[in-house]
Design a protein around this ligand. Structure first.
Ligand code: GLU
Length: 282
């Protein structure tokens, strides 16, 4: 069964780039006679707001999309993600990281062999970790690439691939060799959220039996680490279809942080869903 999803984070109002992504996934599901899911990825307590979630429903309905009514909201399922962290920790694949964001960024600036090295800070010495724990200092859980490699075995590690049916930013397509080291020892549970994007997204894609992940090329690189998590957890690997990023009139891509014109504003200005859908063809 073909199952795909649109998985926005409610950190702002949707813009044309989101509309393009949602439409691309929705059309693919219709063409395949498959299922289209909407998932609210709201695990970031500092940036997600309920009114933006309401906005997502409003904007997608206006655009004329339909989706299955059991919409998964990630913040309602934090215990699921905690259970994955526990499993990975039980297998010795994680380590606690008490460093602050600033310490990690400073280390990246100083790293002689580039950012990838600093993105693997490694476990704290045992006594230091015990002291920091006793002081009640908050920590994140990081995935140890060294231990992940050992757990999978060299042959499985070297042979790990994902299928790209779309295009990566450099035209990558077909069977792509996984390079988890590009991401470093990623954080799988943030200090403030108890989980993190890569873990929640792979867990939910597996749980919801997503067969095709259709999303923007800006997430192509994330697939490397996500495929590794799938292998470590024994989850199936979906097929990936990364799509081009929509460029605005100035040739730059739409992004929330640029305050790109939102769908709500375009709607208020008289844009019709039909016109927008015609404009957003693959
Ligand atoms: N929630 C992510 C975002 O809004 C997308 C996750 C995904 O499609 O894998 O950027």
């Amino acid at each position: 069964m073909f199952v795909t999803r649109f998985a926005p984070s409610p950190t702002g109002r949707l813009h044309k780039g989101h509309a393009f992504s949602a439409l691309t996934a929705w059309r693919a599901a219709k063409d395949a006679g498959g299922r289209f899911l909407l998932r609210i990825e709201d695990i970031d307590p500092t940036r997600c707001r309920p009114e933006f979630e309401v906005g997502i429903f409003e904007d997608l309905a206006w655009l004329g999309l339909d989706w299955e009514t059991s919409v998964r909201r990630q913040s309602d399922h934090l215990t699921d993600y905690a259970a994955v962290v526990e499993t990975l920790d039980r297998h010795g694949l994680l380590y606690r990281c008490f460093r602050t964001r600033k310490e990690i960024l400073d280390a990246i600036g100083d790293a002689p062999h580039g950012p990838a090295e600093a993105a693997r800070p490694g476990p704290h010495p045992v006594e230091e970790e015990a002291r920091l724990l006793a002081e009640g200092r908050p920590f994140a859980w990081r995935l140890s690439l060294d231990r992940a490699r050992e757990a999978l075995g060299g042959a499985a590690w070297d042979g790990l691939k994902f299928i790209e049916e779309g295009l990566g930013p450099d035209g990558e397509t077909g069977r792509i060799k996984v390079r988890p080291e590009t991401a470093g020892d990623v954080v799988l549970a943030r200090k403030d959220a108890g989980t993190a994007y890569h873990l929640a997204v792979t867990h939910d894609d597996a749980l919801q039996k997503v067969s095709h992940v259709i999303r923007g090329q800006d997430l192509f690189e994330a697939t490397h680490i996500q495929r590794l998590i799938q292998a470590l957890m024994g989850w199936p690997a979906p097929v990936y279809r990364h799509h081009r990023l929509l460029a605005g009139p100035d040739g730059r891509r739409y992004a929330k942080r640029d305050r790109s014109v939102t769908l709500a504003e375009l709607r208020a200005g008289g844009l019709t869903p039909d016109r927008l859908r015609a404009e957003l063809t693959p």
